[in-house]
Design a protein around this ligand. Structure first.
Ligand SMILES: Nc1ncnc2c1ncn2[C@@H]1O[C@H](COP(=O)(O)OP(=O)(O)O)[C@@H](O)[C@H]1O
Ligand SMILES: [Mg+2]
Length: 129
């Protein structure tokens, strides 16, 4: 079963003569349980590809399917919801809330998302290690 599928994705940045065509008719499929490495030189479009696959930004054309659902036309709010519940994204900068402790970061998630979170017991176990 494919959990992430990108079909004929195109992404441009800039305008007119300064326009860069970063992703050109890109097709990609990730099967459940597979570990995939995206490799390429700096500026080749890895982050653009990953942020589109992860619902952080949209493509200019093409389709993005997550768990067989087309998210291409999702609003920013719908994409936020998707990232909260279905797809995890760890950036190079981890974007945690700087003034919260590790335990408080988890409490914050519990406030926003009510189900399928780490239990208090499991979190306490991890904090001890
Ligand atoms: N928000 C943006 N605005 C303008 N150009 C961008 C933006 N994001 C990426 N680019 C350009 O798109 C190309 C691919 O960038 P990126 O996806 O970050 O590559 P990589 O992650 O492989 O280093 C680069 O030429 C970069 O300058
Ligand atoms: Mg990058």
């Amino acid at each position: 079963m494919s959990v992430i599928e990108l079909k004929n994705i195109n992404k441009y940045f800039g305008k007119d003569t300064a326009q860069v065509h970063v992703l050109r008719d890109l097709n990609f499929t990730a099967e459940k349980g597979k570990l995939i490495l995206i490799l390429g030189p700096s500026g080749s479009g890895k982050s653009t590809f990953l942020t589109i696959a992860g619902g952080l930004q949209s493509a200019d054309s093409g389709q993005v399917m997550i768990n067989d659902k087309d998210i291409s036309a999702f609003s920013a709010k719908e994409r936020d919801n998707l990232r909260l519940n279905q797809i995890g994204f760890i950036l190079q900068a981890y974007n945690l809330v700087p003034y919260l402790t590790v335990a408080e970061q988890f409490t914050l998630v519990d406030k926003i998302k009510k189900v399928n979170n780490l239990s208090k017991e499991a979190l306490n176990q991890l904090l001890i290690k």
